[in-house]
Design a protein around this ligand. Structure first.
Ligand code: PMP
Length: 457
């Protein structure tokens, strides 16, 4: 147990926490034995530091949000400045420089594809915005039958009831099923399941047929299709090729259905391009951005859409067809300022290009794991690399979830100074972009040893 290493002061903090806090996505009983709670005192770059001075390499970017390290001096400076100017103002009826400039710059990044920006204050809330806007658009056009959403199996879009309904990961969804709106589900293009020798493109095209059939039969009832472009992150970092997104865009056009690209996890350089959709050369009708948007500093979501959608809501007030949706912290100036500072770093530091080198480094450092008897696959899309552990490699038989092999890797990594937080049996790296090649090597070594231990016996 790592807590045995802690000083009395650190143990006291842990006890205070267990007395009063309820942590996200956690069986709290685990914190007493299986999973040590780690009090964090400070962060710097790739590192998180506890109260005893132990350091942990943040290999998961603190739930995929951090892009340029903790306590980044440039983002800090921008925020301090903003703090003395304007911390927040109601965004109904008022506007401000950071919110305005951020909208302009995000729209510009889509290179003519999207031209309107609506803010929400976290990823799930942004997904709700996109779903409601899509439905409301059709309603304003008099198409009252378009009330359903089509999702992809194993997708994930957040935890609020609407977002949960259009997601498809059993662990998060099943309990709440009686509360959720009904959604249509098409099979995922997740290439983990392709036949031996089958290409990613061929498999994705094959999987696409079922989706097309649903559209053929029910498009007049479908408002939008929602998808995580290229990587189903919470679903175990499962991946598929850009060609699937092209098929999807084309079908959405043919069947008059919106395409919602949830780039909350994969946006901002994660997949090797600024936005994952770029790799397919497509533009969605709604683009949801969050997490890395603020460099991992503050919650914010931007939902971008195009003028055709916007125009359907634009009318005299008396028509009562405006988009009456709001969050108290809509377009928070501090969050927008952090986002602007993050975009500045992308501009000045050649981030996307440098990431290609880091991505290659991650591939090389983990290549040996392809041959591991309990690794089914090492897969990668840009700055996301996943290693899937299996009980039986030849037959791809999963470890029973009850064995919690991933937790063993987690605990081993922690003892070696790394924060790796596997999703079930999938160990993954999704590090801040300030990671160095040497740190990648260290991480790969820790992961290899952790996987050795976790799969032994
Ligand atoms: N969509 C995707 C693809 C996500 O990965 C997440 C968060 N993991 C969300 C939506 C929800 O975002 P939030 O946690 O900010 O509500």
């Amino acid at each position: 147990m790592i807590t045995e290493k802690f000083t009395p002061m650190q143990c006291a903090i842990i006890q205070r926490d267990l007395n009063v806090l309820w942590h996200p996505c956690t069986q709290m009983k685990d914190h007493e034995h299986t999973l040590p709670l780690i009090p964090i005192k400070r962060g710097e770059g790739i590192w998180l530091e506890d109260f005893d001075g132990n350091r942990y390499l943040d290999a998961v970017s603190s739930w995929w949000v951090n892009l340029f390290g903790h306590a980044n001096p440039r983002i800090n400076a921008a925020l301090k400045n903003q703090l003395d100017t304007l911390e927040h103002v109601i965004m109904a009826g008022y506007t401000h420089e950071p919110g305005l400039e951020l909208a302009e710059r995000l729209v510009a990044l889509t290179e003519g594809g999207l031209d309107r920006c609506f803010y929400a204050d976290n990823g799930s809330a942004g997904v709700e915005v996109a779903l409601k806007m899509s439905f409301h658009y059709w309603l304003n056009l008099g198409k009252t039958r378009k009330t359903k959403f089509l999702t992809i199996s194993n997708g994930y879009h957040g935890e609020t009831l609407g977002a949960l309904a259009v997601g498809n990961v059993t662990l998060y969804k099943d309990t709440y099923q009686p509360l959720l709106m009904e959604t249509l589900v098409a099979p995922s293009p997740d290439c983990f399941y392709r036949e031996t020798g089958e290409s990613w493109d061929d498999y994705a095209a094959r999987q696409f047929q079922a989706l097309e059939e649903i559209l053929e039969q029910q498009a007049d009832e479908i408002s939008a299709i929602i998808i995580e472009p290229l990587v189903q992150c919470a679903g175990g970092m499962r991946m598929y090729p850009p060609s699937y997104l092209r098929l999807l865009r084309d079908a959405c056009d043919r069947y008059d259905v919106h395409l919602i690209a949830d780039e909350i996890a994969v946006g901002f350089g994660r997949t090797g391009t600024m936005f994952a959709c770029e790799q397919a050369d497509i533009c969605p009708d709604f683009l949801c951005l969050s997490k890395g948007l603020t460099g991992g500093y503050l919650p914010l979501c931007a939902v971008l859409t195009h003028d055709t959608i916007y125009r359907a809501f634009y009318d005299d007030y008396s028509q009562l067809n405006g988009f009456m949706h709001s969050h108290s912290y809509t377009g928070n100036p501090l969050a927008c300022r952090a986002a602007l500072a993050t975009l500045d770093i992308f501009k000045t530091d050649n981030v996307i290009e440098n990431n290609r080198v880091l991505a290659q480094e991650m591939a090389q450092a983990t290549a040996h794991l392809q041959d591991h008897p309990h690794v089914a696959e090492v897969r990668q899309t840009g700055m996301i690399l996943a290693i899937e552990m299996v009980q039986d490699k030849a037959q791809r038989i999963e470890y029973p979830w009850q064995e919690r092999r991933g937790v063993r890797v987690y605990n081993y990594a922690l003892s070696q100074g790394a924060l790796l937080r596997p999703l079930g049996n999938v160990v993954y790296f999704m590090p801040p972009y300030v990671i160095t090649p040497e740190q990648i090597q260290t991480l790969a070594q820790i992961a290899t040893e952790g996987i050795e231990q976790a799969t032994a016996g």
